[in-house]
Write a protein that binds this ligand. Structure first.
Ligand code: COA
Length: 240
């Protein structure tokens, strides 16, 4: 019984220490979660139950150790944090104030990624490389950017300030400030709050749309086959 009480006291003390360290070292992240998540009602809930807060807490320690050139341990810590949050943040990434990672599972932030202030990432977001580059190979994300669930932002590209990236978009080209990008590959659907006429502004990012091209090619082939069949039937009628 005494043993159980001792364990409980130790756990409560540990929880209290964790609470105060996180509360005072992660003020901007906690504020971001409270402001941007309608479900976040109490600070202690955010501190104890938000995976994004835990991942960022460990990232801050790992990042500091990496800056002190400590070998191995920063990556190890980042992998431990990944194990129980599902969020992998490389210790070398540069992250601004007020990042909110909502839900978190499946988020990956690469080594040379740069994240501005007041950014929101939902579950399944990758700020990754394309697999072909070396050096700076991950994206630079501006301030006040929202990256929707499952979106992938790949390569050494820049996402401007106040950009919304739609859920499941795959963004592989630089995006200007104040834009909304959706789809695969990512296309600017809105700029400065105004819908882009025609829905897609290909000039803006110079992106070809492979899906649309494939559909157009198929339609062309169907038209051609229908025309040939029509000609064939006309010929048959004439013969009769
Ligand atoms: C993109 C997003 C941020 C909205 O930004 P917005 O600037 O308000 O843009 P709008 O809603 O006006 O949409 C602009 C256009 O993009 C389309 N669009 C919006 N989101 C899209 C998406 N994820 N995929 C494809 N198209 C999308 C809209 O239908 C609209 O098209 P239209 O002009 O032809 O009607 C939002 O739709 C989104 O995807 N948010 C992610 C939220 C999320 O991940 N939640 C997870 C919670 S667990």
């Amino acid at each position: 019984m005494t043993c159980l009480v001792n364990i409980l006291v130790a756990l409560v003390l540990l929880a209290a220490v964790f609470y105060f360290i996180v509360r005072y070292s992660m003020k901007s992240e906690i504020k971001a979660a409270m402001e941007r998540d309608p479900a976040a009602s109490r600070m202690y809930e955010v501190i104890f139950t938000y995976a994004g807060i835990h991942a960022l807490f460990f990232y801050k320690i790992a990042n500091r150790l990496k800056k002190m050139s400590v070998p191995f341990f920063p990556r190890f810590l980042s992998q431990v944090a990944r194990g129980f949050t599902g969020i992998e943040i490389h210790p070398g990434a540069k992250i601004g104030k007020g990042l909110f990672i909502d839900h978190g599972m499946g988020v990956v932030i690469g080594e040379t990624a740069v994240v501005g202030d007041n950014v929101t990432l939902f579950q399944g977001v990758t700020l990754g490389g394309t697999g072909k580059e070396t050096g700076k190979r991950h994206p630079t994300i501006g301030d006040n950017v929202v990256v929707g669930a499952g979106a992938k932002v790949l390569g050494n590209i820049t996402i401007g300030n106040n950009v919304n990236i739609g859920a499941n978009a795959v963004v592989i080209r630089t995006v200007e400030d104040d834009s909304t990008v959706v789809g695969v590959p990512g296309r600017v659907a809105k700029k400065l709050g105004k819908r882009i006429p025609g829905g897609i502004n290909l000039d803006h990012t110079s992106l070809p749309d492979p899906l649309q091209q494939a559909i157009e090619k198929l339609q062309h082939e169907i038209d051609h086959i229908e025309h040939e069949l029509g000609e064939y039937h006309k010929g048959k009628h004439k013969d009769k």
